[in-house]
Design a protein around this ligand. Structure first.
Ligand SMILES: C[S@@+](CC[C@H](N)C(=O)[O-])C[C@H]1O[C@@H](n2cnc3c(N)ncnc32)[C@H](O)[C@@H]1O
Length: 184
């Protein structure tokens, strides 16, 4: 992987995307997934505009060669297939077990992880058919925050040093102001 960092293979499943209401939040779920080291995002629902805008971001800022973005019609089938193939499924929910208690066990898995976040009320099926129901604290907050903290715990902060080598633009960090250069 980029700049020698090899992160554990993780994908995100965003449940029940409603184009009329969730466009911004689902976009942020996808951007967080990409920026914090996940390999792709599956979005349950239809929204070609959303897919195009996420793909545009990966073309400019990197990841288009490997970051997968696709819509799916049924999250439950994806979860079942994932588990049948030996992958691990993790549902982020305020009702689950605190992430701190499980992160060591999760870090030991060598198989692809599927991290599931909801939007509206999550169907009870998920609570009984995933490998882990994990809480980022037991207070209600946001799928964006939950995903960011989970990925940061999983990758122990290494994802913040990740360089997207196929990006068109690159930020040169500044104490003040903004500097962006073209790559290549
Ligand atoms: C705005 S919440 C709505 C949750 C909904 N009320 C329910 O009962 O399923 C949307 C998503 O954020 C995530 N989330 C919110 N708070 C969380 C927490 N404390 N820990 C883990 N995930 C959380 C979950 O994935 C949840 O499905």
């Amino acid at each position: 992987m980029q700049n020698g960092l090899r992160l554990k293979e993780a994908y995100v499943l965003r449940l029940s995307h409603r184009p009329s209401r969730d466009k911004r939040v689902t976009t942020h779920v996808a951007l967080v997934a990409r920026a914090f080291g996940a390999k792709g995002v599956f979005i349950e629902g239809e929204d070609t505009h959303l897919i195009d805008s996420i793909k545009k971001a990966t073309e400019v800022w990197g990841g288009s060669s490997y970051f997968k973005v696709e819509t799916i019609s049924d999250g439950k089938s994806l979860v079942s297939q994932w588990r049948n193939k030996g992958g691990i499924t993790i549902h982020l929910t305020m009702y689950g077990i605190n992430v701190c208690e499980k992160i060591k066990e999760l870090s030991s898995f060598e198989v692809p992880l599927l991290i599931i976040v909801g939007s509206e009320k999550v169907d009870s099926w998920y609570y009984h058919n995933v490998d882990f129901n994990l809480a980022i604290g037991n207070q209600p907050h946001s799928e964006i925050a939950a995903l960011a903290i989970f990925l940061d715990r999983l990758y122990k902060g290494l994802e913040l040093h990740y360089i997207f080598e196929d990006s068109k633009l690159r930020v040169i960090p500044q104490e003040a102001g903004k500097k962006v250069v073209k790559n290549g």
